[in-house]
Design a protein around this ligand. Structure first.
Ligand code: NAD
Length: 353
């Protein structure tokens, strides 16, 4: 198992250090894994002038999985677009063809008060959003802003081929098979032909997965249902732009940005694993960032890239135990709990591992 480790910027190095400690324990217990570090984002710009330099390209190409902290920071915001750290993120997704973005939104019972929704609405929440990541209106051509009949018009193209829809549908059905066997496909087929095709292809694909219950929902209703009754969902699958919005909405139902991991996979389950949050420059270097989203990203890596379900469960169980023992970083702290910093949270996870 070759893992490329890209710490990135801001809190990235602090949270990735704790995840690497977890990998060290797993390796000590016999898991055959190799780790190699590379530069990505602002730190890469500082060292080489580019956010995704050639050496990192080669490293991630030859790795089976990539662990990423986060990239970006205010000092890079005035750089030209191709040099911005976030550009490195788009490049890595595109160059590795990471078309399937998996984002679980899980509310741990111990953190029920962190949500802005009533606890009876979100208690036990466990949703997986599968978002297509390399197509749709974000990449479709033609696109631009031009003058037509004396005024500026802006335009983009929403486009999906049936093969693009089919491959993300397979990922979603297979993910549902490993969970509650319910899949809700989200589209806007009443208005957009592109998503009418989406629905048709998802229905065609469903014949290969008779054990999964398939439903469909229009995106506006899905946005509403996510706050009205989110526990009705198991796995949701949708295109790039709807998934961008719905996955942020779903993750925030849990109220804890420092807890949520993500995976972006290619056709062979090679994957990029990262917390959903950014580089949090406001708290960088202060030993207060929550490393659990990054550690939970490793659990996803073990499950999706390496098919090591028991290792994955071992990591998730250690995190659950840490929470039930009352350890909390500042972002999830409530009075009466045991407040710890980034390294202290890492210690607690290791003790439970
Ligand atoms: P952010 O997610 O970095 O931070 C939002 C808020 O959440 C901040 O108050 C931060 O302190 C807090 N927070 C985030 N992660 C936390 C953690 N693990 N523990 C405790 N608190 C945490 O979003 P932002 O402030 O909008 O962006 C900061 C930088 O990160 C920007 O440069 C942005 O472009 C970049 N960014 C990168 C990624 C990525 O690398 N995938 C994603 C989003 C934003």
């Amino acid at each position: 198992m070759k893992i490329a480790v890209l710490s990135g910027d801001g809190i990235g190095p602090e949270i990735v250090t704790q995840a690497v400690r977890v990998l060290d324990v797993l390796r000590g217990d016999g898991l055959k894994l190799e780790m190699e570090s590379g530069l990505m984002g602002g730190c890469a710009v500082d060292a080489t002038g580019e956010p995704f330099p050639e050496a990192t390209r080669s490293l991630v190409k030859h790795a089976d999985a990539i662990l990423l902290g986060a990239v970006g920071g205010p000092q890079y915001d005035s750089l030209p677009r191709p040099q911005r750290p976030e550009r490195g993120l788009l490049d890595i997704r595109k160059s590795l063809n990471l078309f399937a973005n998996l984002r679980p939104a899980v509310l741990y019972p111990e953190l029920a008060n962190a949500s802005t929704l009533k606890s009876e609405v979100v208690a036990g929440l466990d949703i997986l959003i599968v978002r297509e990541l390399t197509g749709d209106i974000y990449f479709g051509e033609p696109r631009g802003i031009e003058v037509r009949e004396g005024q500026r018009v802006g335009f983009n193209t929403m486009i999906y081929s049936e093969s693009e829809i089919r491959r993300i549908a397979h990922i979603a059905f297979q993910a549902a098979q490993k969970r509650g066997r319910k899949l809700c496909s989200v589209d806007k087929m009443n208005v957009l032909e592109c998503t009418q095709l989406w629905r048709e292809v998802v229905i065609e694909t469903s014949s290969e997965y008779p054990d999964v219950e398939l439903t469909h929902m229009l995106v506006d209703n899905a946005a509403m249902q996510l706050v009205r009754n989110p526990r009705q969902f198991d796995v949701m699958v949708t295109g790039n732009i709807f998934g961008d919005i719905l996955s942020d909405e779903a993750s925030m139902l849990t109220g804890s940005i420092g807890m949520l991991p993500s995976a972006s996979l290619d056709e062979n389950n090679k994957g990029l694993y990262e917390p959903i949050h950014g580089s949090a420059p406001d708290i960088a270097g202060k030993d207060v960032a929550n490393p659990l989203a990054t550690i939970l990203s490793l659990a996803m890596m073990m499950r999706y890239t390496f098919s090591q379900e028991s290792v994955s469960e071992r990591i998730e169980m250690a995190v659950k135990k840490v929470l039930s023992q009352g350890y909390r970083t500042s972002d999830i702290y409530e009075s009466g709990m045991r407040r710890v910093g980034t390294a202290g949270m890492g210690d607690a996870v290791l003790a439970n591992l």
